[in-house]
Design a protein around this ligand. Structure first.
Ligand SMILES: [Zn+2]
Length: 328
């Protein structure tokens, strides 16, 4: 099974994989019946999850029912437990929508389908098709943004981050995940490496262009976001980590500062300019960074949420922490 999945990942086009996986993987799940692990997204139980991975196959990773991976289940737990996304249905832009999340979100947004916008470069499952480096949507389009495991693929990731920032409403929040090697201080990238085999060897996947280091969050901050770096798996119990087969990947939760944040934080001279618009946002250093807070020590969800706005000084700006999105 492990070898079949690994071969398919490395040899079949992604669009074909997306079509095939919908019925082939559930079929494989018949051989994994049991109750030892549970998918928090679809609620299915198995003896264990399927193996998954392009280079190194990870055991106990892929849910045969909804195709969730470890990181999807971790993100889902955070969304369900720490945000009001599923209660309020704010306008959500979901880029490169993961099938497991898209199915659920599609159902939850059934009363407001126009508020759930999926987009991808080529996936037939998405409503819109565009390059994330040039998003054909107006400024402030989305109240919430999900964009996971995309930036390591694109040529100009900084441009993509600025585009993501632009289409997020001031005061809006999102989750922008990428594979990050937290043992590495700085991101490694080399545009001269284009051969798929070389990329697999160096970056870990044939279509990856870089390996992010701990400076990943700083790149997001450069684009204007406040960023919370959250070791959310550490906030779950050992039993939850085992039962849901969670990964240790950190969550990167972003927030676009609200206009009121910028005006209050800016010095008087910039304050006047900020009324005129966006320039102030870019020139106000205090406005961009959230504290480099991590929940690595002994985090609880409350601590994590409280830790986010480490340098967000105003009650207004902390009224809607990243983990408590605004009402739609
Ligand atoms: Zn599932």
């Amino acid at each position: 099974m492990r070898r079949i999945i690994k071969w398919a990942l490395n040899h079949l086009p992604r669009t074909l994989l997306q079509r095939l996986a919908g019925w082939m993987v559930p079929l494989a799940g018949l051989f994994y019946r049991g109750r030892r692990v549970e998918c928090p997204i679809c609620g299915s139980h198995y003896r264990k999850f399927l193996p998954y991975g392009y280079v190194t196959s990870r055991p106990n990773a892929l849910c045969p029912h909804c195709l969730s991976l470890e990181r999807h289940r971790l993100l889902w737990l955070w969304l369900v437990r720490e945000t009001r996304l599923l209660d309020d249905c704010p306008r959500l832009l979901h880029i490169a929508p993961e099938v497991c999340l898209m199915r659920h979100l599609g159902r939850l947004y059934a009363q407001h389908p126009e508020r759930y916008v999926t987009a991808d470069l080529e996936s037939p499952l998405a409503k819109l098709h565009f390059d994330v480096q040039q998003i054909p949507l107006e400024d402030g389009f989305a109240e919430v943004l999900l964009c996971n495991h995309i930036l390591e693929h694109v040529a100009d990731d900084r441009r993509a981050m600025r585009e993501l920032f632009r289409v997020l409403r001031p005061g809006g929040w999102g989750v922008i995940l990428s594979p990050v090697d937290r043992t590495r201080a700085a991101t490694f990238e080399d545009d001269s490496i284009t051969d798929p085999d070389e990329r697999t060897r160096i970056f870990g996947q044939y279509d990856h262009r870089r390996i992010y280091g701990r400076d990943y969050a700083d790149r997001l901050r450069e684009a204007g976001f406040e960023v919370l770096e959250l070791d959310y798996a550490a906030a779950c119990t050992p039993e939850e980590r085992r039962r849901y087969a969670l990964c240790k990947d950190w969550l990167y939760i972003v927030r676009r500062p609200a206009e009121s944040d910028l005006i209050r934080k800016a010095p008087a001279s910039v304050n006047r300019a900020s009324a005129a618009g966006k320039a102030a946002a870019e020139e106000t250093p205090a406005a961009a960074p959230a504290g480099k807070t991590t929940a690595a020590a002994e985090p609880t969800a409350e601590e994590a949420a409280a830790a986010r706005p480490a340098n967000a000084p105003t009650p207004e700006s902390t009224a809607e922490p990243a983990s408590r999105p605004a009402r739609a």
